[in-house]
Design a protein around this ligand. Structure first.
Ligand code: GLV
Ligand code: MN
Ligand code: MN
Length: 424
């Protein structure tokens, strides 16, 4: 871990970002995978994701930035520094979306990062350290669970081979989907898996209602709650829907609904802080007149307290042992990611950057997960949130105001420069 001194002044340190260009970039990216209801569907390693990456690479190449890619598909765009051997100051987020996602989740952090790099060019500012913009692969985990796959692999929390073998609902694995994407992208320099850097700061929409309700310009993120992800499978037996009496069936779907109801009851939290979601259920063979022979579903479980999360984990695994209504159950833990607290010095830098622009800001813990969770295990990390309309996210109606996304990008620019000039 490298040492950063706390930042000295509350005065703005950076040039003004170009808010109009940032907004135009967000709108251009929103056209890729645009849905009829105003959102986007640009899931990881689909054609739309590839097109999004190509557009970003075009913008980057106009500026002469170097691009490279690692074995799990994390994409790096580098603006050189005066001292190329110094470790870079990093920013980034993701371009992949939920199937019914919005225009800002992830995209905003990538384009705010690009805006920082371009602003420095516009003002002829050379930095001592290189700056790197990272597009993490498959942050959403909707096509290929779990979420934050690219950063988890880079951090060594998920073995590369395990991640490459994960399949989507059509049986295509990450390895093959990645090969297809690489064949379509311009030839990129390859680099080894690595999670190092001087500091990492990610900008993101809040995805909750707090900043908007308190009329804040930005949120200073102090950490992220923990997240566990599971895949549960029940095995029944396919049978004819018209001839097989109910008591002779092994109906995997009926068993799954019973099991989900049991787990939901066990997850009841009087304080309502625990988050329990079954967002995906696959029924095999998926025919109206065949009793389901196999059901697979995913659980997403979150809480800010690691012990609470582990107790919930134990209950889930107990309930998923043995059989339910004659159907054997098996449980696979896809991810156990503990809550993180961000680096005090980076958090203070973000706070000072917001203060330096006389913005109204608030310290906030993230309920959503982000790649910053994995960078934080290896690199001094912080995040900046901007308000989003009514806190709506993972929804095509997701929205944010131009003035707010500009404020967050300005804080990102100032904070990255402030970190850069911190004394070691
Ligand atoms: C990220 O999209 C999350 O699930 O929090
Ligand atoms: Mn996101
Ligand atoms: Mn998301």
């Amino acid at each position: 871990m490298n040492a950063l001194n706390s930042i000295r002044s509350l005065t703005p340190v950076g040039p003004r970002i170009n808010s109009q260009r940032l907004w135009e970039h967000i709108c251009a990216m929103a056209d890729i995978g645009a849905t009829a209801k105003g959102g986007v569907n640009r899931q990881a390693l689909t054609t739309e994701d590839t097109r999004g990456r190509m557009l970003l690479l075009q913008w980057a190449s106009c500026r002469g930035y170097q691009a490279s890619i690692d074995p799990i598909g994390n994409l790096f765009i580098r603006r050189p520094g005066k001292s190329p051997d110094l470790s870079p100051v990093l920013t980034g987020s993701h371009l992949d979306s939920q199937p019914t996602g919005g225009k800002f989740d992830g995209v905003y952090g990538v384009l705010a990062g690009l805006e920082v790099l371009e602003t420095l060019d516009d003002h002829g500012i050379e930095t001592e350290r290189p700056l790197e913009l990272i597009v993490w692969m498959n942050e959403e985990g909707s096509r290929f669970p779990p979420p934050t796959m690219g950063s988890a692999v880079a951090a060594g929390a998920l073995p590369l081979a395990d991640a490459l073998a994960i399949k989507d609902v059509d049986g295509i694995d990450v390895q093959d989907a990645l090969k297809i994407q690489l064949a379509e992208l311009p030839v990129l320099e390859t680099r080894a898996l690595d999670m190092s850097g001087f500091a990492y700061i990610e900008a993101h929409i809040e995805q909750g209602p707090v900043l908007e309700s308190q009329a804040c310009d930005v949120g200073v993120v102090t950490g992220i709650q923990g997240l566990h992800a599971y895949e549960i499978q029940l095995l029944g037996a396919e049978a004819h829907a018209g001839t097989t009496p109910l008591r002779h069936r092994k109906d995997a779907l009926v068993a799954a609904t019973t099991l989900i109801a049991r787990i939901r009851a066990a997850m009841d939290d009087p304080e309502d802080i625990l988050r329990f979601t079954v967002g995906r259920l696959e029924v095999y063979p998926g025919s109206p007149n065949t009793v389901p022979g196999r059901v697979t579903f995913n659980i997403d479980l979150r809480h800010p307290d690691p012990d609470f999360l582990l107790r919930a984990d134990e209950k889930i695994l107990q309930l998923c042992a043995g059989e339910v209504e004659g159907c054997p159950v098996s449980a696979k833990v896809l991810l156990r990611s503990t809550p993180v607290t961000f680096d005090d010095r980076v958090v203070a830098t973000v706070r000072n950057a917001a203060g330096g622009r006389a913005m109204k800001f608030l310290d906030i813990v993230s309920g959503a997960t982000h790649d910053a969770k994995y960078t934080a295990e290896h690199i001094p990390t912080g995040m900046i949130f901007v308000p989003c309309e009514k806190g709506i996210s993972h929804n095509e109606a997701e929205n944010a105001r131009e003035v707010d996304v500009a404020a967050g990008a300005q804080v990102l620019c100032d904070a990255m420069l402030a970190i850069m000039s911190a004394q070691l």
